[in-house]
Design a protein around this ligand. Structure first.
Ligand code: PMP
Ligand code: GLN
Length: 387
């Protein structure tokens, strides 16, 4: 039995670790945990090797190497029209995960409330618990074959203890991309109640038939928002754990205070490599996103052929399928690797009220097309073995 402190007792092994272990055990096609099975831009990889060989292997500056902070600020300005000072308003972190924890730990008092939109990425719940704060989950609302933010429900959940709202668009696990209109309405609520906002935009570049709205670009939001992003998803380097937080100096200073005692700094040699990608690899990124869109079509077609109802996805590399009203997604996903050699993630584990999400299962399509075709072939077995 784990001896963990009370505030962490609800957290056991993450669902990603469990399902990836099951995938490995049964040699399954892993469409569960979101990581790509191909590499990022070749020149970016070479730069990381060159940096190691040339001796850039010691602690870097506390806020990250200037070359990467400048590249992150330039990308925000170029892609989203938002200005940040690379010296005082950009922090390099150990992945977006550390940026999330440091933001909550640095800015949210114990006992206050943080609103998350359900289903929510698991790291938010853990960060809130670590900070001794209270999580208040507001479900997303169905919107045709996808989901959107229920702004009235968010408004109704706000109390005098609410300190922060966490927004994630493009959204993991649903693949929903929240439109500018709904985010503008949500922003007005945050301004009215003077809430801080953590905007997790790690999937900002993985967008199909939709437009990404950077939350900090909306009226009244720049001054109250910590934006988090990462090299992981845009540049196929989930293992480099290189992310960042952007915020006005008074907010970012609080994030820095927490971060410096979590890891002090991230890995030095990856930072110039990621800076290169942000500055020079737009064409590679466009190609990768085009491949991803085709990958999505392969997987969606395969899931439909397997007899599942499939929701729309316009961002991330995830798509949600429905296994039928009587199905339990958790059991389905635990069995799937052994049953047909495919791994997936149950959506209900991202929910405080799993009920409405019980039959929803997330599949990842950020994989080589050969991997997806192999997964789709195995999914066909589902149809013949159902019932
Ligand atoms: N936020 C979301 C919504 C994610 O899906 C992930 C996983 N990539 C992260 C944050 C963590 O990113 P990183 O691997 O850079 O820590
Ligand atoms: N973000 C990835 C996902 O949602 C997994 C990251 C992790 O394992 N923590 O699948």
């Amino acid at each position: 039995m784990s001896r963990s402190v009370r505030r962490l007792r609800e957290f056991s092994e993450t669902v990603f670790a469990t399902m990836t272990a099951r995938a490995t055990e049964f040699d399954a096609v892993n469409l569960g945990q979101g990581f790509p099975d191909s590499d990022g831009p070749p020149r970016m990889l070479e730069i990381a090797c060159e940096e190691i060989r040339s001796g850039n292997n010691q602690y870097g500056p506390g806020r990250g190497l200037p070359v990467l902070r400048e590249a992150v600020a330039a990308q925000r300005s170029r892609d989203h029209g938002i200005g940040y000072d690379p010296d005082t308003e950009v922090l390099i972190t150990v992945g977006a995960t550390e940026a999330i924890s440091a933001t909550v730990l640095g800015l949210v008092e114990p006992g206050s409330e943080v609103i998350v939109l359900e289903p929510y990425y698991d790291a938010y719940a853990a960060a809130i618990a670590l900070a001794g704060a209270r999580r208040v989950a507001v479900p997303l609302a169905a919107d045709g074959a996808t989901w959107t933010v229920d702004v009235d429900a968010v408004r109704a959940a706000i109390t005098s203890d609410t300190a922060m709202l966490i927004i994630n668009s493009p959204h993991n696990p649903t693949g929903s991309v929240f439109g500018r209109d709904v985010l503008t309405e949500l922003a007005a609520v945050c301004v009215e109640h003077d809430l801080l906002v953590l905007s997790d935009e790690v999937y900002e570049n993985l967008i199909f038939d939709a437009t990404h709205t950077a939350v900090a670009s909306l009226p009244g939001m720049w001054e109250r928002t910590v934006t988090v992003s990462s090299a992981a998803k845009s540049w196929n380097v989930t293992g480099w754990k290189t992310g960042w937080a952007l915020a006005p100096a008074p907010l970012l200073d609080a994030v820095v205070t927490a971060k410096q005692f979590m890891s002090y700094v991230g890995a030095t040699p990856f930072q110039p490599a990621v800076a290169h990608a942000l500055n020079h690899e737009q064409e590679w990124l466009r190609g990768m996103v085009a491949e991803l869109a085709t990958g999505r079509d392969i997987l969606v077609a395969g899931l439909r052929e397997a007899g599942l109802q499939v929701h729309d996805t316009s961002g991330t590399y995830f798509v949600v399928a429905d296994i039928g009203e009587s199905g339990d997604g958790l059991q389905f996903c635990l069995d799937l690797p052994e049953r047909i050699g495919v791994a997936a993630i149950p959506v209900q584990v991202f929910c405080d009220d799993p009920g409405p999400w019980r039959s929803k299962v997330r599949f990842a399509f950020g994989k080589q097309h050969g991997t997806l075709h192999r997964g789709v072939e195995r999914l066909r077995l589902l149809d013949s073995r159902q019932g």
